[in-house]
Every structure is written in C-alpha cells, then in structure tokens.
Design a protein around this ligand. Structure first.
Ligand SMILES: [Zn+2]
Length: 122
C-alpha cells in the first residue's frame, strides 16, 4: 500500500486510522465527539479490526495505565494550585477525569490495535 508511507504511526494513531493502510478510519465518527461505533473492517483495505472475541481486553490494560497517569497528573496539578489534603485532591481529580474516560477508552483501542498489529501483522 503506497498510502501508508505518507502517514506516520503517530499520525495514524492520533487520526484513528487503520494500522495497515493508514487511510481508512477505525471509528465511524471522531472519538472526541461522544462514543462512536467502530467499523468492523477497514473501509479502505478491509482489515478486520476486532480479530477475535475479547480482542479488546488488551485495550483495557492500556486504558487502565493511561487513566492512572491522567489522574496522577490532574491530582498533581490540582494539589500544586490548591494544597488540598490528599483525599480531597484524589477525589476531585477522579471526578475531573470521569468525563475524559470514554475518549480514553476509545483511544486505548486504537493504541491496542497498533500495538497488536506491530507485534503480529498477520
Ligand atoms: Zn485499512
């Protein structure tokens, strides 16, 4: 596929593009606007995104790790400005994080597909 050479992995991940052709979109709409449905296969090259039942379990680990990092960063910033107690800071940063969770979940699916395809590209 010639199109792939023009798009880096980072741009493909950020643009939620198919890891094989980097032209077809993984989701039907932007993940920054709510919770979109995934395409079952790449609309351009036909790559099946969900390889098997429970394939996205791996994405949950990525999601968990990213969530921990995000909450830690938010808590650190919150504490730096407010000097609240640890409990108050952690509770508030988790609450601030909740609206970001769907985006993070979908983004970790994209990361998971890229990771899995780079290790085992069929
Ligand atoms: Zn494709």
């Amino acid at each position: 596929m010639d199109a792939r050479a023009n798009v880096s992995a980072a741009r493909g991940i950020f643009g939620q593009l198919c890891p094989r052709c980097r032209a077809g979109r993984i989701f039907r709409s932007s993940i920054f606007r709510g919770f979109p449905k995934m395409h079952e296969c790449c609309p351009v090259c036909g790559l099946k995104f969900e390889r098997e039942e429970g394939y996205f379990l791996g994405a949950m680990y990525i999601s968990y790790g990213l969530a921990l990092i995000a909450i830690t960063v938010v808590a650190g910033l919150l504490w730096a400005f407010t000097r609240w107690s640890i409990e108050k800071t952690v509770v508030r940063s988790v609450l601030l994080f909740v609206p970001l969770a769907p985006t993070l979940t979908l983004f970790s699916r994209v990361l998971w597909i890229y990771l899995d395809r780079s290790i085992d590209p069929e």
